[in-house]
Design a protein around this ligand. Structure first.
Ligand code: MF3
Ligand code: CO
Ligand code: CO
Length: 286
């Protein structure tokens, strides 16, 4: 029986996969490593993550309808939780390592892990990241989008939001089966730097699916051809956090969650959950 849990005979399942990896040379100097078996998803796992992603995307679509000047972020969080729960899911962030709310809402200089609050009231021109992770039937999907409150902001903020989205898309386009995880951060990082921005390196993307955070860590500022091998069946997030000023960030001392830019200039982030297939990629949540 195959180790992937498909219930199929090994020879007809991952034998060729193992053979291919065993024939490869891994350059230790470039940090090249083989993916562990526990992050290779079978068809049943992939279908589970795909279904979870449908609920996750629906939650983000709902957020798009609700974001407007004057709304507080706790009420957005409440609506997200109700949507996920009414579709049979669980908001993965709620109580995750003590996180007190169902989604992360990060406004302007907040890089990520913003805690929704009645006191945080959105105003016209704010740039806001809402990051949603859904568990459905045990499968995790994770995505975030930027929203511009009232639909209009400064040209500087708009450019940051647009370039950050391009960084994510270029990072995803750099994913090739039998490529390397460092290819992602090379594409993201080069585009950010070419536009005069910095890349947050203290946090990054991750494997996702049977758990919230799995190997590999996905840095958004790396060299091509480095890090873990990208193999079919892996599912990971690409979620660049791009700053106007310094790449340095601070974690709020009073809540231990809110991550802000050290210089309090703006930060943006977009995130998708991506499956690596035999021929390319499939987006499982966005
Ligand atoms: N969704 C975030 C990510 O992209 C993680 C949030 S963890 C929380 O990995 F606890 F802050 F919710
Ligand atoms: Co996320
Ligand atoms: Co993530």
């Amino acid at each position: 029986m195959c180790w992937c849990g498909s219930g199929r005979k090994y020879k007809k399942c991952h034998a060729d996969f193992d053979e291919r990896i065993s024939e490869m040379k891994f350059n230790v100097m470039k940090g090249q490593v083989r993916p562990p078996r526990n992050i290779i998803n079978n068809e049943k796992d992939i279908e589970g993550i795909r279904k979870s992603g449908v609920v996750n995307d629906g939650t983000l679509d709902l957020m798009e309808e609700l974001v407007r000047p004057g709304v507080d972020t706790a009420s957005l969080d409440d609506a997200a939780r109700k949507y996920i729960e009414s579709h049979g899911g669980i908001p993965a962030c709620l109580n995750y390592e003590g996180f007190p709310k169902s989604v992360c809402i990060s406004v302007n200089e907040v890089v990520c892990h913003g805690i929704p609050s009645k006191k945080t009231i959105l105003k016209e021109g704010d740039i806001v990241n809402i990051d949603v992770t859904t568990i459905l039937d045990g499968y995790f999907s994770d995505a975030s989008r930027m929203f511009i409150v009232g639909g209009k902001t400064t040209p500087e903020a708009q450019r940051l939001v647009d370039v950050t989205r391009e960084c994510m898309e270029l990072g995803i386009q750099a994913i090739k089966p039998w490529g390397w995880v460092g290819d992602i951060g090379a594409a993201c990082g080069n585009h950010a730097h070419a536009n005069g921005y910095s890349v947050v390196t203290d946090l990054g993307g991750h494997g996702v699916g049977k758990k919230f955070h799995l190997e590999p860590f996905v840095s958004h500022n790396t060299e091509q051809g480095t890090g873990m091998l990208l193999a079919p069946g892996m599912v990971l997030t690409v979620e660049p956090m791009i700053n106007q000023g310094t790449y340095k960030v601070d974690v709020d001392k009073s809540d231990n969650w809110t991550v802000r830019t050290h210089d309090r200039k703006l930060s943006a982030q977009w995130e998708k959950t991506v499956l690596i297939t035999e021929t390319g990629t499939e987006i499982l949540s966005s």
